[in-house]
Write a protein that binds this ligand. Structure first.
Ligand code: KIV
Ligand code: ZN
Length: 370
């Protein structure tokens, strides 16, 4: 069983969600909960971006001992210096430095030639490695980059001291098969690839961030970058809870797992939702309010006879105390009777028949009976 490192970027990429602005205390509270959840790496922010980010990254690095803390930096000495000042007090200081490698980003955003991008990347990694023991380098927009160019630049940054190579699908454009091809290509064409840990980072513009992350893991990524509830730029990032639970439930298939304390998932999700103001949809996998709710009579009857008929994840696994049988017009007599029992009511068959009929009449007028 491979162990996959979980790199949580809720406090950096997640905080880049439109309309989200966490204050200092809120970031500390989330970082402590991420530590309890057992994430391997917390990306606490982007120290050079503002005084507020610098202060919170520094406080988190100084405080958190159970997870490694990192911060983002552009390929500039001043960003790397700011990251060092913020992170140097941590248990295991690590930096995340990046530059874009796709033709469109290099030409229009950076206004650099590919050779200049290689030179910039190598210089930034060398400088970062002169301070940090762990240097993660990201090829922004990797999935839309030329793979031969990616192979060349990755070899050079590994030689320069990068210990983790992260390959983001920055705009959520790629597909599971394509991301696999990218990782497999690079494993074959980068001579020093085994000297670095491969990492995947996916955005959800086409709704494939989690599927792409899992595909990258299958193709050799040993680190996955994600956010709680999938919050992040535009349509968000890959959802940590979905990846972690998919790996756990389908260990047979992926032959890989995380070291997370899964029963902290629900609590972490609720905390992040409350502090960011980003509501979790009821039907969201793993953490949505309806994720363990059974409404139809056929399903309720099955679950009461044997939970595994319709439940592949136990609510307890992710810290939800029990499943919730929602009583509505599709509910059957079996679930209705169980609910009455749970509420402390018993009665004769005749009484049950009468009250069940009243319940059905009411259920035709109301969505949910409480
Ligand atoms: O999506 C992305 O490319 C990023 C990088 C900064 C890693 O968030
Ligand atoms: Zn991102």
């Amino acid at each position: 069983m491979r162990k996959i490192n979980v790199f949580d970027t809720t406090l950096r990429d997640g905080e880049q969600s439109a309309g989200v602005n966490l204050n200092f205390e809120e970031k500390i509270e989330i970082a402590k909960q991420l530590e309890r959840l057992g994430v391997d790496i917390i990306e606490a922010g982007f120290p050079a971006s503002s005084k507020g980010d610098f202060n919170s990254v520094k406080a988190i690095a100084d405080l958190i001992k159970g997870s490694s803390v990192t911060g983002l930096a552009r390929s500039k000495q001043s960003d790397i210096d700011a990251a060092w000042e913020a992170l140097k007090g941590g248990e295991e200081p690590r930096i995340h430095v990046f530059v874009a490698t796709s033709p469109i980003h290099m030409e229009y955003k950076l206004k650099m030639t590919p050779d200049q991008v290689v030179e910039t990347a190598v210089a930034s990694v060398k400088y970062a490695a002169s301070k940090f023991h762990h240097v993660q380098w990201s090829a922004e927009d990797a999935s839309r980059s030329d793979f031969a160019f990616l192979a060349q630049i990755i070899e050079e940054v590994i030689q320069a001291g990068a210990t983790v190579i992260n390959l983001p699908d920055t705009v959520g454009y790629t597909t599971p098969q394509e991301i696999k091809n990218m990782f497999l290509y690079l494993k074959e064409h980068v001579p020093s690839i085994d000297k670095a840990i491969l990492s995947t980072h996916n955005h959800d513009d086409l709704g494939m961030a989690v599927a792409n992350s899992l595909a990258a893991i299958q193709a050799g990524a040993n680190q996955v970058e994600c956010t709680i509830n999938g919050i992040g730029e535009r349509a968000g990032n890959a959802a940590l809870e979905e990846i972690a639970v998919a790996l756990n439930i389908r260990k047979d298939h992926y032959q890989a797992d995380t070291g997370l304390t899964l029963k902290e998932i629900k609590r972490t999700s609720s905390l992040v939702s409350k502090l960011t103001g980003m509501v979790v949809p009821n039907n969201k996998a793993v953490v949505g309010q309806n994720a363990f709710a059974h409404e139809s009579g056929i399903h309720q009857d099955g679950v009461l006879k044997n939970k595994e008929t319709y439940e592949i994840i136990t609510p307890e696994l992710v810290g939800v105390s029990s499943n919730s049988m929602v009583l509505g017009k599709h509910s059957g007599r079996h679930a209705f009777k169980e609910k009455l029992k749970e509420l402390g009511f018993t009665g004769t068959e005749d009484q049950l028949n009468r009250i069940f009929k009243s319940f059905k009449d009411l259920a035709d007028k109301k969505k949910e009976i409480t």
